[in-house]
Design a protein around this ligand. Structure first.
Ligand code: RB5
Length: 142
């Protein structure tokens, strides 16, 4: 599985921890920036991740900002992207099983690193259930 990860300044530290965590697990991960905590605009970092998942270059994306909300709103503007804002482990597996989410959003100012890394592991390792959920996703795509 190929994963692309980005943040803004508000999510930089958690994004860096996620990239290290995935590398330690041997997962093919791309760090799409930024490279410091200098202030940046989250839509500029949501775009390359959303388009890379949209065009199939990467299987999944992870976007982190202060709350996760700005990145979530931005990512969901891209057709074919199902971005999920997740801050608990139940939602981490439920959104994969039911929504087939392809981008995970979290807020560095909302949760601790330990919980965030557990959420990442669960989200990456949970399969979509298909069936009735497939029909519902087709209705979203229009
Ligand atoms: C940046 O201060 C903050 O607004 C951003 O990281 C994010 O929380 C936006 O939704």
């Amino acid at each position: 599985m190929k994963v692309i990860v980005a943040s803004d300044h508000g999510g930089y530290n958690l994004k860096t921890a996620i990239v290290s965590h995935l590398k330690e697990k041997g997962i093919d991960v791309e760090d799409a920036g930024p490279n410091s905590t200098e202030s940046v605009d989250y839509p500029d970092y949501a775009k390359p991740v959303a388009t890379a998942v949209q065009n199939g270059e990467y299987d999944r994306g992870i976007l982190v900002c202060g709350t996760g909300i700005g990145m979530n709103i931005a990512a969901n503007k891209y057709k074919g992207i199902r971005a999920a804002l997740v801050h608990d482990t139940f939602s981490a597996h439920a959104t994969r099983e039911h929504n087939n989410s392809n981008i995970l959003n979290m807020g560095e100012r909302v949760i601790g690193t330990g919980l965030a890394l557990d959420i990442v592991d669960i989200w990456l390792n949970t399969e979509f259930e298909g069936g009735r959920h497939e029909r519902r996703i087709e209705k979203i795509e229009g």
